[in-house]
Design a protein around this ligand. Structure first.
Ligand code: PXL
Length: 275
């Protein structure tokens, strides 16, 4: 069985970060090891959330794992809390990177042209450094524009996306993926660049007209979970885009109209059947 280490916060209520990564990656058949970076009462889109930083726990946990000789097939980082934690991640990658370990970085910090409340430009710069240590990076367009210094454009064409991908590629990851890419009216999806083959990959599907928190985490968790079950990365991106959209569609039908997260619990059986 593959073993994935995922490092993100726990938002106790909110359906994002670890509360998505753990069930989704586990359902896809990998042992999922978690390293919580902080405990929040909810995700940061709620007002008055509490937050307990766990930075001082990371080193002792990692030291224990090193003594036990644990290894990981993939390391997936998502929402981290602080600049120091990003430095801790860089060291953790060095400690646990084996010959075939896939380092998957989702530099969660912004969306829709804006940084999340907890972050500033210094944090952006640090996240770019973390991306440089990864095999696969999956920023959205907002995160990519912040990290590369390119202008953020809500409406974009292929030339803009390719330019962003080239700027991301310069950080050093093997595969740079941009999410939230819209190349035709009414469509949305991803575009990626793989350095080794010097090729682009584009996947577009009909846009679901809704915004939920946690969909980026669902996308990334699905992607790494699929890669771990042997699915080629391009197919994994496609499945992750389809599964995220399907889950949004199902959530839209929920009469309780949840606003803070998607009903992935209802769609995990569908994910397992996707090819
Ligand atoms: O889904 C990304 C995410 C993860 N963790 C926390 C968040 C967010 C997005 O807002 O606030 C704490």
């Amino acid at each position: 069985m593959k073993r994935v280490l995922t490092i993100q916060d726990i938002s106790c209520l909110g359906k994002c970060s670890l509360t998505i990564a753990l069930p989704v990656i586990s359902a896809l058949g990998s042992e999922t090891v978690i390293l919580p970076t902080a405990v929040l009462s909810t995700h940061t889109m709620f007002k008055n959330f509490t937050c307990k930083d766990l930075s001082d726990q990371l080193d002792p946990i990692v030291e224990h794992w090193k003594k036990e000789g644990f290894a990981f097939d993939a390391i997936y980082t998502g929402y981290l809390g602080t600049i120091d934690q990003i430095d801790q991640m860089k060291q953790l990658f060095r400690d646990f990177r084996g010959k075939d370990t896939i380092i998957f970085v989702d530099p969660v910090m912004a969306d829709n042209g804006k940084l999340y409340p907890a972050f500033n430009m210094e944090y952006v710069k640090k996240n770019a450094e973390l991306c440089a240590e990864a095999d696969i990076i999956v920023p959205n367009i907002t995160e990519a524009s912040f990290m590369t210094g390119a202008a953020y454009r809500e409406e974009h064409d292929e030339a803009y996306i390719k330019d962003l991908l080239m700027r991301l590629n310069a950080f050093g990851a093997k595969i740079s993926v941009l999410t939230g890419v819209c190349l035709e009216p009414g469509k949305i999806g991803v575009m990626a660049y793989e350095r080794a083959s010097d090729t682009y990959f584009t996947y577009q599907r009909p846009r679901i007209d809704a915004v939920y928190h946690g969909t980026g985490d669902l996308f990334s968790s699905t992607c790494i979970g699929e890669i771990m079950r042997g699915v080629p990365w391009r197919d994994a991106l496609k499945i992750a885009a389809e599964y995220t959209a399907h889950t949004m569609k199902v959530t839209l039908q929920n009469p309780a109209k949840p606003w803070y997260g998607v009903d992935f619990e209802a769609t995990i059986p569908d994910l397992l059947a996707m090819k």
